[in-house]
Design a protein. Structure first.
Length: 405
């Protein structure tokens, strides 16, 4: 098959590009026709003519609404098939869907492979889908675990199965009008066969809906899964292909009505979101009403008065040291010692005799000889008119050692 040969050539090019590239592989599902990332559509987009048996492929460079606006009701020769493979049809508005359905109704076909189908399209064609996953929590590591096996219902492919090793999200068509819809393909989900590829007859034409667009990406074509893709596209009749890359919004669709309604339109289409909108607006109104009341004036913080006793003491001590008045400092140290003895041990300090020394040594737990030496030193320094720096230092150490016992 020529397609298989071309894919192998492109695979070699891909390998070469990845060998010389320093960029990290982007595993995001972008579904861009010019993207060579694993989940882009570069291969199927560039090999579309081979996939569709050399039929003419028109790559739309404008919105489908604009294309049909210019070409309909006299579009291509006799018949055409519209093809769109994306995560969702963000550029396909309500007017665009109506024109596309009219295009199909008059004898053309459309193929849509999407993860998320527009609500208007579901309503018009009477089908529902199930998305048993949360798009916001699908990390790359989790997507790698999502495997799947697909089947095609046609008798030619009925005995064939197609296994895919990652990113196969469990989405399928849960409800549809059996009078206008036939199942073309299924997926094994939770041990049950669920329809993931259906054909909906609409007027003289038909719309083919596929719920797993990831199988058409570069990754699976490079994993030799081109048989499934060509078999899926084989259901489309031989005709010109209108490939829609969804790159532009419409220039001709009326925008005034859309702009006026687009803000709340989506919310009002769903009952639960409508309630959410009303409750949110009511809550905002209550907040404004209660918050509008006059608030209490901010009470300034009054700092308490600072205790400057220590700073004052340090200043005085520095003054004494600067003036070399050691005798004054000795007197202050002696007064401090006697005051602390009175307060701590409740001993009268008016008479520093032998009885006082014995009582002080007993209550403080200090050695009697050391206590006697301290008191005699105090008595001796009290009698002196001048004291040296060395005497001051000795007295300070003796008092400090006494209270640190």
């Amino acid at each position: 098959m020529k397609l298989l040969k071309n894919i192998k050539i492109i695979t070699s090019i891909f390998v070469l590009v990845h060998l010389v590239s320093c960029n990290k592989t982007n595993w995001r599902e972008n579904y861009k026709e010019r993207s060579k990332d694993p989940f882009g559509l570069y291969i199927v987009y560039n090999e579309a003519e081979e996939v569709f048996n050399n039929e003419k492929v028109t790559y739309l460079n404008e919105n489908i609404y604009d294309y049909l606006f210019h070409n309909y009701p006299d579009p291509v020769a006799d018949h055409a098939s519209y093809v769109c493979i994306k995560n969702s049809t963000t550029k396909l508005t309500e007017s665009g869907i109506e024109d596309l359905l009219a295009f199909v109704y008059n004898g053309n076909d459309a193929f849509l492979s999407l993860n998320f189908f527009n609500g208007i399209l579901k309503e018009k064609l009477a089908f529902e889908t199930v998305y048993s996953f949360n798009q916001n929590t699908l990390s790359n590591s989790y997507l790698k675990t999502l495997k799947g096996t697909f089947y095609l219902e046609n008798s030619t492919f009925k005995d064939d199965s197609y296994s895919f090793d990652r990113n196969i999200k469990p989405t399928y068509f849960s409800d549809f009008d059996k009078n206008t819809t036939i199942v073309l393909g299924t997926a094994e989900i939770g041990g049950e066969m669920k329809p993931n590829f259906i054909k909906v007859y609409h007027g003289k034409g038909a719309i083919y809906l596929h719920s797993n667009p990831v199988v058409f990406t570069n990754y699976f074509l490079l994993k030799d899964k081109e048989d499934y893709i060509t078999n899926v596209f084989s259901y489309l009749p031989d005709s010109e292909i209108l490939w829609d890359p969804q790159i532009k919004s419409s220039r001709f669709e009326p925008k005034e009505e859309e702009d006026r309604s687009s803000i709340f339109k989506f919310f009002l289409q769903h009952k639960t979101l409508t309630w959410f909108l009303f409750v949110s607006l009511f809550g905002l109104l209550l907040f404004m009403v209660f918050n509008a009341r006059r608030k209490q004036r901010v009470i300034p913080i009054i700092k308490p008065l600072e205790n400057t006793t220590v700073a004052f003491t340090q200043t005085i001590a520095s003054l004494y040291l600067k003036e070399q008045d050691h005798k004054n400092i000795v007197d202050k140290k002696i007064q401090f010692f006697l005051e602390k003895v009175r307060a701590k041990y409740l001993i009268d300090t008016n008479t520093l005799n032998v009885k006082f020394i014995e009582k002080l040594a007993a209550k403080s737990g200090n050695d009697l000889q050391k206590t006697k030496y301290l008191i005699h030193t105090i008595i001796d320094l009290n009698k002196k008119a001048i004291c040296s720096e060395e005497q001051l230092i000795v007295l300070h150490r003796m008092i400090d050692n006494f209270f640190n016992k």
